[in-house]
Design a protein around this ligand. Sequence first.
Ligand code: ZN
Ligand code: ZN
Length: 281
Amino acid sequence: MKTEDRNFLGEKSLHAGRKTLRPVEARPCSVEWRVYRCGCQGATAVRWGCERVDCRECRGSVSKRRAAAAWERFQHRPRGSAVVYTVFTVPPRLRARMKIPGNWDELRRRAWAMLKRKFGALYGCEASHPFGENPKRDGFHPHLNFLWVPGPQGSPFVDVARLRAAWASLLDTGLAVDVYSQYSREVGKIRHWARYVTRPWCGFSWWCGNVKWYGPRAFINRKSDDGETWKCETCKTEYKYLGKIEGLSGFLYERCRDYFGVEIGKIIDRGKFAGNLAGSG
Ligand SMILES: [Zn+2]
Ligand SMILES: [Zn+2]
């Protein structure tokens, strides 16, 4: 391995081990209510939070939107192809240096290049998780989670021994490494992976970053034609936007009546409509 390569895993991160991975407090959620009209009698008020990845109050909504966006993009994969779920973990002795986001980004970039070159990946996404199933016991346990689609030269079946060897060589380590890979063409399973992999880690967005997309734009920018319409589940007509009400929910009903001259029929959370808003954020 070249000197510059060693640097990325070593020197500049020597002190990283002394720092703990701490969550940051999100700014208070700024809620507003967006009021919509459909064919039903009352208007619909949608709770529109700050939508920041670190906001605990918006967690459900952010999570649904991210999952929907991922699912949306995998629906556009070439006919008959599968989605592969590959996880790369880091041996305990190498974990401390991964607390530096720059090191982790570099590793992620190289891991995708490796999936592309050696395993025929066409396009996909990655969302990093800072902890495993048992954060209390294991502490910082960073892993890269790739969901990807093989191109014509790739196969969804990944030989795990080969994958492990490639990953160990990328980490430049003789230590035992843990990797995991499986694939599916089942809608239910792919949707579950999309949700699980892209779930937000409140307070750790400074380390995780956003969900990263790789591959030709043609696959990752596509949206369904109905991606932006919002239809009422009850009357099936399209929602028409009336305007917004800022601030807390006190006097919401009264304010809606004053501003828009309509009564609120129902209040819903933005996340509930995530499926219809795929790709919007
Ligand atoms: Zn919020
Ligand atoms: Zn309606």
